[in-house]
Ligand binder design. Structure first.
Ligand SMILES: Nc1ncnc2c1ncn2[C@@H]1O[C@H](COP(=O)(O)OP(=O)(O)OP(=O)(O)O)[C@@H](O)[C@H]1O
Length: 222
């Protein structure tokens, strides 16, 4: 259905696209830590879109909840039909964010948060129908990033090396003026979170979206 009327669909989606938040930063820069705090402090305000992937489901993962499990052929067909905001390939698999998954979040009244790689950011920024608030989370240095990734204990030497190589390119891209509307340095997590939250609240306020309104209402009812 979507494949047969992408233009109509995209026009409908545009109404909601002022409520799109893109977060990017090297692996280990602290994106998940910042997003987790934001979701906890401002509940029911943000939502993640469900991505498409060609990788196999892991035990417990559900189609339509964790991912839309698809084939390369179907994703490429969707790309041709203009159904995707961005796609990327990692370790032999394709991943992508569809307009419909973003719309699902936005139509529930939430801000759709995309935690995406640099390649995805470049694609999203090229789309004239999108106007996301963009945030780059920068580690204080590559040395600190390596130290944090080692401490996190999730990487092998090989995956660590690859992440640091990619991080170098991402930090160069993040440093170019205009590539992101908000750049925060994650030196101290508490300090960085405060700056991160305030900058996001302020950018959305400029778009007449008051992120803290629900929170203040809930507080005044206590
Ligand atoms: N300001 C900080 N100071 C010290 N450690 C931090 C800070 N911010 C995050 N960390 C730690 O650094 C590690 C990486 O953080 P996190 O997992 O949030 O990064 P990420 O950018 O989401 O990574 P990925 O993209 O790989 O999921 C975690 O162990 C986290 O607890």
């Amino acid at each position: 259905m979507l494949a047969s009327c992408p233009r109509v669909f995209i026009r409908q989606a545009m109404d909601d696209l002022k409520k799109l938040l893109v977060i990017c930063g090297p692996s280990g820069s602290g994106k998940s830590s910042l997003i987790k705090r934001l979701f906890e402090e401002v509940p029911n305000t943000f939502g993640f879109s469900v991505s498409h992937t060609t990788r196999q489901p892991r035990p417990g993962e559900q189609h339509g909840i964790d991912y839309y499990f698809s084939t390369k052929e179907n994703i490429l067909k969707g790309v041709d039909n203009g159904e995707f905001l961005e796609t990327a390939s990692f370790s032999g698999n394709m991943y992508g964010t569809s307009y419909s998954s973003v719309k699902n979040v936005c139509s529930s009244g939430k801000i759709c948060l995309l935690d995406i790689e640099m390649q995805g950011v470049i694609q999203v920024k090229q789309r004239k129908d999108l106007n996301p608030v963009t945030v780059f989370v920068k580690p204080p240095s590559l040395e600190v990033l390596e130290e944090r990734l080692r401490k996190r204990g999730t990487e092998t030497e090989e995956s660590l090396r690859k992440r640091l190589e990619t991080a170098k390119k991402e930090m160069e891209y993040g440093a170019v003026p205009g590539n992101f509307q908000i750049v925060v340095v994650n030196d101290d997590l508490d300090r960085c979170y405060k700056e991160f939250k305030e900058a996001i609240v302020s950018k959305f306020k400029d778009r007449d979206v008051d992120i803290l309104a629900g929170l203040q209402e809930a507080g005044s009812q206590k």
